[in-house]
Design a protein around this ligand. Structure first.
Ligand SMILES: [Ca+2]
Ligand SMILES: [Ca+2]
Ligand SMILES: [Ca+2]
Length: 384
């Protein structure tokens, strides 16, 4: 159905126009003027007349059978959604600014590393459909039906979110999953005050942050952007009077025995001009700017307490094309491979009071920036 907005109705006009000009010499006018006592004309007088006529006969187009209908508002363009839910658009967020600096501890650290002392591990992703298929070779064999029924990871049917009476929609609603581990060290957190098992003390005081750019018009007043809408799963599912009732609502953090959430947490949304200087040094670190040949020359990279950072401007969003360069560039925002991290942060490592297992785990990846693809034999073997 096509509806017609006000001012755009189909019309049919009849327009008539008529212009007339008359001009002629007039002898009697000349003689009449000559008769005036002080005027003696040398040229003949002219008489000129102009006339114009126009008429408009309004009507409606015969295509609408004479019905001149228009709609004041059909409410079809009243909401322009702008989706924020693609995990790929989100990046690690900088340390949130607060009045009491409870997250930014750089005032108590000898260098700027204190900015990240409270950074805990956070992951954001969409669960791959491969885990929901009951058949097929691709689902890892250690993932059972029970695993995929847990509310924190199970597939969400579209009708659970959008109530529709008639249509039976079988596709899953794409979800934006965020997993936060307040006791585990986040990326580029070199806090020397760790528990002996390598975990962060006082998990309530920690944070995890992700950030993304608003790629549409950022003047929200001008574009009438009014609210952020999100549906969040009840964080206290299957808990009644602090007693967990159903294991499908348990959280499995991979370290502790699965248990229900009873403490909750805070989800805070910050809007505005947000600093992206995650490793605060007023420099823009990006992996593809690191020398493809692995050079540590100070002509190519600057060195500071965070590691090595490129001196190049951001020109190209992709890694260098040669295969061997990947080892030198895909190393994290610290510009250091894990073996180099051990050397670079050797002072930090000696400050730590850790159990032998925790030390080994930390020395495997001091910056906590190693990436492992979610499908792999290592993870299957570890029953991840
Ligand atoms: Ca930086
Ligand atoms: Ca690294
Ligand atoms: Ca690493």
């Amino acid at each position: 159905m096509t509806r017609v907005g006000i001012g755009n109705e189909p019309v049919r006009y009849a327009v008539l126009g008529f212009d007339m000009n008359y001009s002629n010499e007039s002898r009697w006018l000349t003689r009449l003027i000559d008769a005036l006592p002080v005027i003696d004309t040398k040229a003949p007088s002219n008489i000129t007349a102009n006339a114009e006529f126009a008429a408009l006969f309004p009507g409606t187009s015969n295509r609408v059978q004479g019905e001149g209908a228009s709609y004041i508002d059909d409410f079809e363009a009243t909401v322009t959604p702008f989706s924020l839910s693609s995990p790929l658009a989100w990046r690690m967020g900088a340390t949130p600014l607060t009045d009491d600096n409870r997250f930014d501890r750089s005032s108590i650290s000898p260098d700027r590393l204190g900015v990240n002392y409270k950074r805990a591990k956070i992951a954001w992703y969409t669960v791959d459909n491969v885990f929901y298929r009951s058949t097929g070779r691709s689902r890892p064999t250690n993932i059972g039906l029970e695993d995929t029924q847990n509310h924190y990871v199970r597939s969400i049917g579209q009708r659970e979110v959008i109530k529709r009476d008639r249509q039976q929609i079988v596709v899953n609603e794409p979800t934006f999953d965020i997993a936060y581990y307040p006791s585990e060290r986040g990326m580029y957190n070199y806090n020397p005050d760790l528990n002996t098992d390598g975990s962060l003390p006082d998990p309530r005081s920690n944070f995890g942050a992700i950030t993304r750019a608003i790629t549409s018009e950022v003047d929200f007043d001008k574009t009438n952007i009014e609210y952020i809408e999100f549906w969040m799963m009840d964080p206290f599912i299957n808990v009644t009077n602090n007693t967990p009732t159903n294991p499908r609502g348990f959280i499995d953090d991979g370290i502790n025995p699965p248990k229900a959430n009873t403490t909750g947490g805070k989800l805070i949304l910050n809007l505005g001009s947000i600093s992206e200087d995650v490793m605060r040094d007023d420099r823009h670190a990006f992996e593809q700017g690191l020398p493809a040949d692995g050079s540590n020359s100070l002509d190519d990279v600057a060195e500071n307490e965070w590691g090595r950072v490129t001196r190049d401007p951001y020109l190209n969003p992709a890694f260098d094309n040669t295969e061997s360069s990947r080892l030198n560039q895909d190393v994290g925002l610290d510009g250091l491979k894990s073996v180099d991290e051990v050397a670079f942060f050797s002072n930090y490592l000696t400050m730590l009071n850790l159990s032998p297992e925790a030390r080994q785990a930390l020395e495997n990846d001091p910056s906590a920036d190693n990436f492992t693809y979610y499908l792999g034999d290592d993870l299957d073997a570890a029953y991840a």
